[in-house]
Ligand binder design. Structure first.
Ligand code: 0X9
Ligand code: ZN
Length: 612
């Protein structure tokens, strides 16, 4: 993953945290004013702590962070002139970002446009992507259906979804959703997605059994242009535009203060803090006036309503990453992490060659974001692949070259196909690399070493100071493998233990552990944490531990036995214990937001419990 480590958990220096608001004189009617400024890409090398402040403020569009030797960090940012000047006043100096061939982002874009596009096409034009989708539906009437999804956008465009399946087969089929161009400037995402759709059509027409079977059993849904207003604007207004075109400042014109980030407008931890999304109009991650306020978000809701996807790939660029939930806070892989890891691979063996797989928050945190929402509220496991910048290091201005674009599509194809092939049996996903999910995980880091430092990664422990002692494990919901798509049955898990090698005690019951009531849905569609207790019986009976006892613990279910672990029992000293706890009930961590922020929410609850 990209080095999250550059962001200290406590952001020390507040020097850079002042939110930038529109400069004086900004406003409608001044065609040369800052509201008509264009975005440009810059680079800067700063100390790790300054980098942490810039990223942690959430006020700047940081698109890359590379750790250099000597605690220095190279940041690539997309900025308006006043944002650059504001940072310069605080001592940060910038150079224009340059591609491998030495061009700035805007120069590269102008050059591409001036020589006439070979591959790239806009949305509105007679050979644009909207006309393309309509023509494609006409060409494949038995396979493709085009839907209007969501209301018209701010500029009156229609978002479309295409459903690809062998309609002759009928039936209620599991679905996979592929979306792209949620961010206007990320042109490569639309072309990779469009080529995937065409690849399926071609292979089906050629009678390739794998694809014929797939389209018989599965629906594939495509939203090629999730943000058509913004996308069209990158052809006509500003090549580096990211958001949609909501008229935030009611100027009647597209200005630098307009646009909502469609990838921050979903109803899952929406507006949780100002680092993962922004409240400022001109910010590139402006979250909108309320969750689901945008036509583009409602379009996605419509697609989910029709397709109810098992999996979703939301192609973005750039960075060569394969991101999955969760993104809204750090160190929080979901309970479904085994399914993500089998399909995404690991740092050493990524499912997309040259890409870096991992949880989204390892890049930076986001809230109101599509894939978090999909997992937490829809039970859909979703990815954000950050595609590459092309062979010449061109950032968002991926080359207008059929060869380079085709290479990018082919690089993604094995992963994109694995996900589709897995929809029928999602907890036993298909991996072209041969990874498989296990019934139990005592330590998730055995599957993916980068998860080792997360809480809830390793359920084993060396010493017990409690009797009874709670023990946990990550278990597949369907242990005996009789799950059918869209139906989940939770198989019983039994707990066993043995003291000092004595005959096993068990089977003991377990129950699902759902964490606290603080963080909401933990993303546990296919896996869950189960918990039981060992010991805790009357004195002198089997199960009551003595100091130094060696207790081996394991779990069984669906005919499978987990790995075991052994802890040493340590006797209770009988000494009183002082517990110090604090709760941030006024700051960003006050979630969900309570009506009163004058008293702790959870600590007072805890005190009530203790009083009972
Ligand atoms: O910020 C985004 O919306 C995505 N990156 S992009 O550069 N294409 O804008 C990343 C979303 C994935 N989630 C997290 N990084 N938390
Ligand atoms: Zn993006």
């Amino acid at each position: 993953m990209k080095p999250r480590a550059i962001v200290p958990s406590v952001v020390g220096c507040l020097l850079l945290l002042g939110a930038l608001v529109a400069p004086a004189g900004a406003g409608p009617g001044r065609s040369t004013g800052p509201e008509h400024a264009k975005l440009e890409m810059y680079e800067t090398v700063v100390s790790a702590s300054t980098a942490a402040d810039i990223i942690g403020s959430g006020d700047y569009d940081v698109v890359e962070a590379k750790t250099l030797p000597d605690e220095q960090v190279e940041l690539t940012l997309v900025l308006y002139p006043w944002e650059r000047k504001g940072l310069e006043k605080q001592g940060v100096s910038f150079t224009l970002w340059r591609s491998g061939s030495g061009r700035t982002a805007t120069a590269l874009a102008s050059q591409q446009q001036a020589s006439g596009y070979k591959v790239w096409r806009d949305y509105d034009g007679s050979d644009g992507l909207e006309a393309y989708m309509e023509d494609l539906e006409d060409a494949y009437p038995a396979l493709l259906e085009l839907y209007d999804v969501g209301p018209p956008t701010h500029q009156g465009r229609q978002v479309h979804a295409l459903r690809l399946t062998d309609e002759g087969e009928g039936g209620d089929k599991p679905a996979v959703l592929y979306t792209s161009l949620q961010h206007a400037r990320e042109w490569i995402s639309g072309e990779v997605n469009r080529r995937l759709l065409e690849w399926y059509l071609k292979k089906y027409t050629e009678g390739v059994p794998q694809v014929v079977n797939l389209l018989g059993s599965t629906e594939l849904w495509f939203v090629l242009v999730a943000n058509p207003d913004g996308y069209q604007y990158t052809f006509e207004g500003d090549r580096l535009w990211r958001k949609n075109l909501r008229d935030n400042d009611s100027s009647g014109d597209v200005t630098a203060f307009d646009g909502v980030d469609p990838n921050r407008n979903f109803d899952s931890h929406w507006g949780h803090d100002d680092e993962g999304s922004a409240s400022i109009f001109s910010d590139q991650t402006y979250r909108g006036p309320e969750a689901e306020s945008e036509a583009e978000t409602q379009a996605m809701l419509d697609v989910y309503g029709m397709a109810d996807p098992i999996f979703h790939i939301n192609y973005h660029s750039f960075g060569e990453l394969l991101l999955y939930s969760f993104g809204w806070q750090v160190q929080t892989p979901s309970a479904d992490d085994p399914v993500f890891t089998v399909l995404s691979g690991t740092d050493k063996k990524p499912a997309v060659q040259g890409f870096n797989p991992g949880v989204g928050a390892d890049l930076y945190i986001t809230n109101g974001e599509t894939t978090d929402w999909a997992h937490a509220t829809q039970g859909t496991l979703a990815w954000t692949p950050e595609l590459s910048e092309g062979p010449n290091g061109d950032g968002f201005i991926f080359p207008d070259s059929n060869g380079a674009i085709e290479n990018e599509f082919k690089k993604l194809l094995p992963f994109s196909l694995d996900v589709a092939l897995s929809a029928e049996d999602p907890d036993d996903p298909v991996s072209h690399q041969g990874f498989e999910t296990e019934p139990f995980y005592l330590d998730v880091a055995e599957l993916d070493p980068q998860k080792a430092y997360n809480p809830l990664s390793d359920f084993s422990f060396a010493y017990s100071y409690g009797d009874p002692q709670p023990v946990q494990i990550l278990a597949k919901r369907d242990l005996d493998g009789d799950r059918t798509p869209n139906e989940s049955l939770d198989d019983d898990v039994q707990l066993w233990y043995s003291v000092n090698g004595d005959p096993p005690v068990g089977p003991l019951p377990t129950s699902e552990w759902n964490g606290g009531d603080w963080f909401g849905d933990v993303g546990d569609e296919y896996y869950r944490i189960v918990e039981g207790e060992v010991g805790g019986f009357d004195e002198d009976e089997v199960g009551d531990f003595d100091d130094g006892d060696s207790v081996e613990v394991w779990f069984e279910g669906g005919g499978h036995t987990s790995e075991s672990f052994t802890f040493e029992a340590v006797s209770d000293t009988g000494n009183p214990v002082l517990i110090l706890a604090a709760e941030d009930y006024t700051g960003a961590a006050n979630w969900p937001v309570y009506e009163s922020s004058s008293a702790p929410n959870h600590l007072s609850y805890y005190t009530d419990v203790l009083d009972e």
